[in-house]
Design a protein around this ligand. Structure first.
Ligand code: AMP
Length: 630
């Protein structure tokens, strides 16, 4: 079947299509209904079916006699470790972790927050949670105490799993002090904290609350913890992401739809087969890490590489050496990583035998043409850009070579993936833009396909109002991205419609950064915008007004305050959120009704025309910024 028919069938004969895909996973009880869309925009996939994500990712492969095959390949160039777990070994480790979590009182439906570096125990913890029906919430290890506290408060975990430290470029990053501070800040307190001690940083333990994992694991070496069969709609995890407001949203994922979507994407998009090896360079703290380090490859019966380290340490050939060594067939990374490699000797791309590699998949941020061209030429392998979001859990736009091989177009992540009815709408009128070459908001008509978010954790109203009510007169899911479609149905993504920025593939809310900066005692108000950057895609730029500017008489004083503000953001949110610059101005450009003109600031910073300024209250405020950045 050609791709156009495949896609059409996924929409027009939705239930028959997804019933077939559902056969890719093991069900304890088969679903009674494929899609229950009786109360839009909420939809329930595979209602009546029961299954377990960990069973599908681990146990079923052992049961099929593949227990001795590789499942998890752990490589850390930070601690010089390389360790391989077969499916049987993974199953044993997950059961040990599950037994320990149970001993700490974790049961079905309880939340477990995972704040971990890229170590195998992080994957064990995720799989252990879904094994017993607990709901995990992984928080990226690069986030600091305030970010972490807001997530603890929202997810109200019974247990937090963490470690003494992560490591980046050989520098130890202690986690425990940040975690202790986050728990202190949070209104909700976890019952227990489970700690993996890597021996990298000293840890203070709070008696009665903190437990070391190693001795508890020893008590459960032979643990047999059966998989808890859960309803297809049972939440598997919550993953927080940034939006327009300062408060992060907990994206809630189901179990059945997610398992089916991942299994099908592994076959039709990522070209993976059981027994092969998948390498995603992301982090478990992001959605790519959930879907394509842990669950997707394992569900497909593949070995997955979990890599802790930089792409250029010990040298820029490290990733390609792993491709050769482990015969990686599919690899997944982000454009920023490629741009980092592009600054290194291109000979590294030719140093290793990459013949096992079918394709390199890139996602998370716009892939610029020079970067795509450079890596395509250097590797001599197909580069496949794909576009999606934390909310969707798997690609919205891609080339689906597993269905029918199709050419890529530079600058485009491809066509609508099967299951997704992707449309463009006028942001002001809600009119659908059907012809080629028209810029509109990228939206998805409901029901969202399997695997996408069910709701915002604990806040159905926010789910409806945020995602489904933003395009006038329509009940469609907004991606908050601008896009254009060409005459062949390929989409081009043109950036966010909201205040979300994308720094090195990391999604950040400018409002969160503004809130953090505003907490500095000498900041009266601040605007943060995303500015184009040749390496990171975008960087955050802050323009602030000081409460008391009397001390800001010279550059040195301004730099001192800038340094203080940056340190504050780093302590509260993490280094990922630290702005590239914090500049002090006497006023911020606003409309007469007092709205910050963020888009005008951004345009000026990027050297573009500031657009319609008829409503600006004080043009000199924008001029000040223009003078500063020029
Ligand atoms: P996240 O939820 O962190 O995965 O970020 C999702 C956002 O990243 C999307 O809404 C887009 O703005 C951007 N994004 C992801 N993949 C791509 C891509 N392939 N091309 C352009 N933008 C992308």
């Amino acid at each position: 079947m050609g791709y156009a028919d495949f896609h059409r069938r996924s929409i027009e004969e939705r239930d028959a299509f997804w019933a077939e895909q559902a056969r890719l996973v093991d069900w304890q009880a088969p679903p009674r209904q494929v899609c229950d869309n009786s109360s839009p925009p909420f939809s329930k996939w595979f209602a009546g079916g029961t299954l377990n994500l960990c069973h599908n990712a681990v146990d079923r492969h052992v049961a099929a006699g593949r227990g001795d095959q590789r499942a998890l390949i752990y490589v850390s160039t930070e601690t010089d470790q390389e360790k391989i777990y077969t499916f049987s070994e993974l199953q044993a480790e997950v059961q040990r972790m599950a037994a320990v979590l149970k001993s700490l009182g974790v049961g079905k439906g309880d939340r477990v927050l995972i704040y971990m570096p890229m170590i195998p125990e992080a994957a064990f913890a995720m799989l252990a949670c879904v094994r017993i029906g607990a709901i995990h919430s992984v928080v990226f290890g690069g986030f600091a105490s305030v970010s972490l506290a807001s997530r603890i408060e929202d997810a109200t975990p019974k247990v937090i799993v963490s470690a003494d430290a992560g490591s980046r470029a050989g520098k130890v990053m202690a986690y425990k002090p940040l975690l202790d501070e986050a728990i202190r800040l949070s209104k909700h307190k976890p019952g227990s904290v489970l700690l993996v001690d890597r021996g990298l940083a000293p840890m203070e333990r709070t008696g009665g609350r903190d437990h070391d994992y190693a001795p508890l694991r020893e008590q459960h070496l032979e643990a047999q913890v059966p998989c808890e069969w859960v309803d297809a709609a049972h939440p598997s995890y919550i993953l927080y992401t940034s939006g327009t407001t300062g408060r992060p949203k907990g994206v809630q994922r189901d179990t059945g739809g997610y398992a089916v979507a991942l299994a099908s994407s592994m076959k039709d998009i990522f070209l993976g087969k059981a027994g092969e090896t998948y390498f995603s360079t992301s982090d478990i703290g992001w959605v790519v890490g959930h879907s394509y380090i842990v669950y997707g490859p394992l569900i497909a019966g593949m070995a997955t590489i979990m890599y802790e380290g930089l792409p250029i340490r010990p040298d820029a050939g490290i990733w390609w050496s792993l491709v050769e060594k482990y015969q990686v067939t599919s690899m997944f990374s982000a454009p920023t990583a490629v741009r980092v490699l592009k600054k290194q000797d291109p000979a590294f791309l030719k140093k290793y035998d990459l013949s096992s590699l079918r394709a390199l998949f890139l996602a998370g941020e716009p892939l610029d043409e020079p970067t795509a061209q450079w890596i395509a030429d250097g590797l001599g392998r197909p580069i496949i850009d794909n576009y999606w979001q934390t909310e969707t859990g798997w690609p919205i736009l891609s080339i689906c070579n597993g269905v029918e091989p199709a050419p890529s177009k530079f600058g485009s992540p491809g066509k609508a993936v099967y299951g997704y009815s992707v449309k463009l709408f006028d942001e002001n009128t809600g009119e659908e833009l059907t012809g080629a070459g028209k810029k509109g908001v990228v939206a998805i008509e409901g029901p969202l396909p399997p695997g996408c978010m069910q709701t915002v954790w604990g806040d159905d109203e926010r789910f409806v109002n945020t995602y489904w009510k933003s395009i006038p007169n329509r009940l469609v899911y907004s991606t908050f991205d601008w896009g254009i479609r060409d005459e062949d149905g390929y989409f081009f993504i043109l950036g966010r419609t909201d205040d979300v920025i994308n720094v090195a593939g990391h999604r950040l809310g400018t409002r969160e950064i503004e809130e953090s900066i505003s907490s500095h005692p000498n900041v009266a108000e601040v605007a943060v915008v995303g500015v184009a950057d040749s390496l990171k895609g975008q960087v955050a730029m802050a323009f602030a007004v000081a409460k008391d500017a009397s001390g800001l008489t010279d550059e040195a004083a301004k730099l001192r305050l800038e340094g203080e503000v940056m340190k504050l953001v780093e302590q509260q949110l993490g280094a990922v959120a630290r702005p590239a610059r914090v500049r002090f101005v006497t006023a911020l450009p606003k409309t007469r009704s007092g709205k910050l003109l963020r888009r005008a600031i951004q345009a000026v910073c990027e050297g573009r025309d500031a657009g319609d300024l008829t409503t600006i209250e004080d043009p000199s405020a924008l001029q000040q910024i223009r003078d500063m950045v020029q």
